[in-house]
Ligand binder design. Structure first.
Ligand SMILES: C[S@@+](CC[C@H](N)C(=O)[O-])C[C@H]1O[C@@H](n2cnc3c(N)ncnc32)[C@H](O)[C@@H]1O
Length: 278
């Protein structure tokens, strides 16, 4: 899959949106990584790492005795991430260019993680299997992804409802599933993972960056939505303007998509490094 077929605009513009999303999601992602038991000395893989928003947090959790690999197909974002790693002198991360479909290695990692990736791929079960293959026996496979059915504003506006509709449909015609979150627990259990645990989080607020994410997201999927005739460019622009007004309104409450966090253990006995759970 090349960037042309990726739902959300990539490169520098895409990275800026992911920075906002990354800041909003960081507290709940850090709590997830803590619950999973990511700790010093581990080897981790961040699949669909983008510009490394979570890769760098994984790197600081595993410390200098650990190692983190980030994989993505967007070379621009990876270059920016490599630049950030160099500037901050983070020596235990490595960013590799690649499509997940090409495989992720065999039994190499204590933790294999993906955030907001499976929603975009046409064969999420297949990608999950590749993630499981890459985990060591006893290793943890961790996924967090969206369920767009849960995003809302209050007081409700037609424009926000239309935004949700455009996103879900644009994802669908592009081969993805914007409602994948609700499918993840069963998908991971059926894939053979043990001790599967689930948490649902939903960043929301009357103000702050969380309220701007809908406008930024719709701006970034405009090309895909128009290309697939899900909406006209004029309609997208009109809805984006309305979403920015909602973001500026201190009396408008905005709830992001629900994020379903699921993690489970690959069967087998951990041979090297901490397993994260007894
Ligand atoms: C929404 S971003 C999430 C980035 C990062 N995981 C985060 O949460 O900040 C999804 C990322 O998945 C990447 N991606 C999509 N399909 C991919 C594929 N088939 N192989 C590798 N990366 C892919 C995109 O390039 C993009 O950077």
């Amino acid at each position: 899959m090349d960037e042309h077929h990726y739902l959300i605009r990539g490169g520098i513009a895409g990275r800026e949106r992911m920075r906002v999303v990354g800041r909003v999601m960081r507290p709940t992602t850090l709590r997830l990584l803590e619950r999973v038991g990511v700790t010093s000395g581990m080897r981790c893989l961040d699949v669909g790492c983008g510009a490394g928003e979570v890769t760098f947090d994984l790197a600081s959790l595993v410390g200098i005795t650990g190692h983190v690999v980030g994989v993505d197909l967007d070379e621009t974002k990876l270059d920016l991430a490599r630049g950030d790693a160099e500037q901050a002198e983070v020596g235990n991360v490595e960013f590799r260019l690649g499509d997940v479909g090409g495989g992720l290695g065999q039994e190499e990692y204590d933790v294999v993680y993906a955030r907001f990736l499976l929603t975009h791929v046409p064969d999420p079960e297949g990608v999950l299997q590749l993630m499981i293959d890459a985990a060591k026996p006893g290793g943890e496979v961790v996924v967090e992804d969206i369920d767009y059915g849960g995003t809302f504003d209050h007081p409700t506006t037609d424009e926000f409802d239309r935004y949700r509709e455009i996103y879900v449909e644009a994802a669908r015609v592009n081969g993805g599933d914007a409602l994948i979150g609700r499918r993840l627990p069963l998908m991971m259990t059926r894939a053979g993972l043990e001790r599967v645990e689930v948490e649902v989080v939903q960043p929301s607020g009357l103000e702050g960056e969380v309220t701007v994410i809908p406008a930024l997201t719709l701006e970034n999927i405009k090309a895909t939505a128009v290309r697939h005739e899900v909406a006209s460019g004029d309609e997208v622009d009109r809805v984006v303007d309305a979403l920015y007004s909602i973001a500026r309104d201190p009396e408008a409450f905005v709830a992001s998509p629900r994020i379903v966090q699921v993690w489970g253990r690959k069967p087998g006995v951990a041979t090297v490094g901490p397993s994260g759970r007894p």
